[in-house]
Design a protein around this ligand. Structure first.
Ligand SMILES: Cc1ncc(COP(=O)(O)O)c(C=O)c1O
Length: 349
């Protein structure tokens, strides 16, 4: 498909993190055990039956990815194979059909290519957010798996998730609500986890924090994750730690950061349960990480009625997180050598 090279006339530096309707979205339907070829649609609306399991029983999952413009103009995705794999894990958990990688990546690439004009230019600090989703549609009143499914990919240009540009220092408040049960759906990107988190986020905002921080729901002792990001910690004494839990989303960003930390920081890397109250005094730097959050240093955390601050009393970004951020973002934007082969170019012509 011929794609115009012209860009939309947007204030790229001031997009915020919100939905903007773009020109096209990709859609494929699963009926009688077969996925349709898929097509680009103009309308952002989905017409589904009122009995659709996605609406009643939250039989749906989704992904979050970004496309970025490199200095040489190439359009880069970051590790889309891991998003595809994670979507299929969620599909399996919710008894939905697998979306073959070929269909997943074609849907993502077609949606990105068709909306080339909406991809923020290099240097703007913005990116094209990509939202693949899989929903159970068709009529089905009983609690059974849907008989039809839609795989859809839409995109929207976005700025930073937290308001300030670049490396925003954020705060977290330990939630009194649980995000996910130990053998529940916490490790999957399914909508039900997020509806339950809305009130936790609001409560965190009321305390003056950017996000909720969840502890494990069995013991309320170990760090699970933040509302939309995993946690990484640079400990005093040199270890670089990420909380291990089978109830958290296996973040693509966090897995990449741990690899980069191992390759480029002179530190011992650990993926293990972290007892918040016992260990918080040993935290030198803490950060939240994810596709939307990128890497956001945590300046302070609200625990049991008081704030705990980290590096420089939460006033400045610490050297470890700055280094990890620079490495990660440099690779994602095509500025640094991609030695691990993580970026995936979407060819525009
Ligand atoms: C609950 C939760 N944890 C972690 C993440 C980070 O995952 P990823 O790095 O794959 O975007 C997300 C999504 O961005 C999320 O929604």
């Amino acid at each position: 498909m011929a794609t115009s090279k012209a860009k939309k006339d947007l204030d790229w530096a001031d997009l915020g993190f919100k939905y903007r309707q773009t020109d096209s979205r990709f859609s494929s339907t699963y009926r009688n055990g077969v996925w349709s070829q898929g097509e680009l649609l103009d309308s952002p609306m989905i017409s589904v039956h009122e009995g659709a399991p996605a609406l009643h029983y939250a039989q749906q999952c989704f992904e979050g990815m970004k496309a970025q413009t490199a200095p040489d103009g190439r359009v880069l995705l970051f590790r889309p194979d891991l998003n595809s794999e994670r979507m299929n894990q969620a599909a399996g958990r919710l008894m939905m059909p697998q979306v073959p990688y070929e269909l997943f990546i074609r849907g993502v690439e077609e949606a990105v290519r068709a909306n080339y004009a909406w991809i923020p230019p290099y240097g703007s600090g913005a990116s094209l957010y990509i939202r693949p989703m899989l929903i159970g549609v068709g009529e089905n009143l009983g609690l059974r798996t849907a008989n039809e499914f839609e795989f859809r990919v839409f995109v929207s240009p976005v700025g930073p998730y937290y308001k300030s540009a670049g490396l925003a220092i954020i705060s977290l408040a330990v939630s009194e609500y649980d995000r996910a049960a130990p053998a529940g759906t916490g490790a999957y990107k399914v909508g039900a986890n997020y509806a339950g988190g809305l009130l936790a986020t609001k409560t965190a905002h009321d305390l003056g924090a950017n996000e909720a921080l969840y502890l494990d729901s069995a013991k309320r002792t170990y760090i699970d994750e933040a509302g939309s990001a995993n946690i990484i910690i640079a400990m005093k004494g040199g270890r670089f730690v990420t909380p291990k839990s089978n109830a958290i989303l296996p973040s693509v960003t966090r897995r990449s950061i741990m690899t980069l930390a191992e390759q480029h920081l002179d530190r011992i890397i650990e993926d293990r349960p972290v007892d918040l109250r016992k260990e918080i005094g040993d935290f030198e730097e803490m950060a939240a990480c994810g596709t939307a959050a990128v890497l956001s240093p945590v300046g302070k955390v609200w625990v049991d009625g008081q704030w705990h601050t980290f590096h420089d009393n939460g006033e400045s970004v610490g050297p470890v997180m700055q280094k990890v951020y620079d490495l990660l973002v440099g690779i994602q934007r095509g500025e640094l050598a991609d030695d691990n082969g993580w970026t995936h170019e979407v060819r525009i012509d």
